[in-house]
Ligand binder design. Structure first.
Ligand code: UDP
Length: 473
């Protein structure tokens, strides 16, 4: 990059949830590696995770320029307990309206920073619909980051425009997504149930803000979602740059292990455990940063994993004191075969180990793309958000996934799945001819992903194009 671009100064503003912060921090690192001054705007409690994650990239003398700037999160004014600054601190969906009230209160401090520093652009999460107007006030272009891929962006847009779900008579009757590449069937059960009028209004403002914005930054790569990337820009008229997979900007063990929260397991201990296993012999089970399953569902997963006969790493968001869900003697019987991580796992580090041959995922977009980048077949277990669309991409388009059989959208707690279905799906991705075929396809996609971020290739070039366009603005 020539020296004429050195002065570019970009503000990154992630929504306070790990699934949104992690890719934005990776993005800031990526921009910083291309000589852009990157400033991440966040709240004090989230800043501590972020500082740990960017560690090396902000070290003086590295040549990279990445900063964290904090703004106050008004928990008390919004009726939230002190210290509740991240979605993962929310214990019940009833607290979501308060959380979004606190999100709205971030507008003023953000505007003060924009006025003071006048960055060349603001890349802000979709959940800050007012950010386009805030940036416009100071003549700053605002870019939207949705945190998902082109497939679901196109699906959302078609659903919003044509409302096909209104033409079916029951929740389980299928309908086709109109004006969408390929025949994609959905049911009403797989869609969010936004009965709350405030939420409906909020989602409308998200769309309007996107339409008024300068464009969209997407964590994906062209070769993965070519048809949908083209559809998004040519049919829906969006200006979008694909610059992912962002997780691939983490090269070494330390960087991979530092993403997100403090790991509940020492990374070397985790690697040692994996080193003792054969290639493609371990299935990794993790449902992201928010999903929280009931005790009976966790028990069912335990029984299913045991019955599958496979080696596994299972991430459970429960503490050692809370063991009601664990079948009698489970860990003793699984010694050497199964590892339970209680809390946060170094996911990308685990997925990239050669011993990992499959991934049971809730289909959050980061996890989906991390699974693709690691080249592993997946058992798809969507819970909420756009995860049912991501499931369809994995199972019906890319054909590297097997559905566990979830039928119904749920906000945080998933649809109930019995152990037999879990055992069946895990074995389908781990052994036999079908598993081998899926693994071969997944490995090819993983190679494409790595290539996309290399110098001169699709994601690298799109980032260059974005930086050049902004520099010439
Ligand atoms: N993650 C992790 N360790 C965990 C749980 C999650 O590193 O124990 C990371 C995962 O690698 C991904 C992000 O958290 O980058 C979760 O994002 P995703 O979109 O998959 O799901 P969400 O948490 O938003 O539902």
């Amino acid at each position: 990059m020539g020296s004429e671009y050195r002065q570019l100064n970009i503000f990154f503003f992630p929504f306070p949830a790990h699934g949104h912060i992690i890719p934005i921090v990776d993005m800031a690192k990526l921009f910083a590696s291309r000589d852009v001054k990157a400033t991440i705007i966040t709240t004090p409690l989230n800043a501590s995770h972020i500082s740990k994650t960017i560690g090396k990239a902000q070290a003086p003398g590295t040549g990279n320029s990445i900063h964290v700037q904090t703004i106050r999160f008004s928990s008390a004014e919004a009726g939230l307990p002190e210290g509740c600054e991240n979605i993962d601190a929310i214990s019940s969906p009833d607290m979501l309206p308060n959380f979004f009230k606190a999100i709205g209160l971030l507008q003023e401090p953000l505007e003060q920073l924009l006025e003071q520093h006048h960055p060349h652009c603001l890349i802000a999460d979709m959940f800050f619909p007012w950010a386009t107007d805030s940036a416009n006030k100071f003549g700053i272009p605002r870019l939207v980051f949705h945190g998902t891929g082109f497939f679901s962006l196109c699906a959302f847009e078609s659903m919003r425009l044509y409302e096909p779900h209104k033409n079916v008579s029951s929740d389980d009757e299928t309908f086709l997504i109109p004006n969408f590449p390929g025949d994609m069937k959905m049911t009403r059960m797989q869609m969010p149930t936004f009965e709350d009028t405030n939420m409906i209004r909020f989602m409308k403002s998200v769309r309007e803000s996107e339409l008024k914005s300068y464009g969209v930054i997407v964590n994906s790569f062209y070769e993965l979602e070519q048809v949908y990337a083209d559809h998004y820009s040519k049919v829906h008229g969006r200006k979008a740059w694909h610059i992912g997979p962002l997780s691939l900007c983490n090269g070494d063990i330390e960087e991979k292990a530092a993403r997100g929260k403090e790991s509940a397991i020492d990374e070397n201990e985790c690697l040692k455990w994996l080193d003792s296993k054969e290639t493609n012999s371990v299935v990794y089970v993790c449902f992201g940063s928010i999903s929280n399953f009931t005790e009976s569902q966790l028990k069912e997963i335990a029984v299913g994993l045991e019955a599958s006969g496979q080696h596994f790493i299972w991430v459970v968001k429960r503490s050692k004191e809370d063991e009601e869900w664990l079948p009698e003697g489970f860990e003793k019987r699984m010694e050497g075969r199964g590892l339970i991580i209680r809390g946060w796992a170094p996911q990308v580090l685990i997925l990239h180990h050669h011993a990992v041959g499959g991934f049971v995922t809730h289909c959050g977009w980061n996890s989906t793309l991390e699974g693709v980048s690691a080249g592993v077949p997946m058992v798809t277990w969507p819970v909420a958000a756009e995860q049912f669309y991501n499931e369809k991409l994995l199972t019906e388009v890319l054909k590297i996934g097997v559905p566990v059989g979830v039928k119904k959208w749920a906000r945080m707690v998933g649809d109930y799945i019995n152990w037999q279905a879990i055992e069946r799906a895990v074995n389908r991705i781990m052994k036999g001819e079908e598993a081998e075929e899926m693994r071969n396809r997944a490995k090819e996609l993983s190679q494409m992903a790595r290539r996309a971020v290399e110098k001169g290739e699709s994601s690298y070039s799109d980032l260059t194009a974005f930086i050049e366009e902004l520099s010439s603005c």
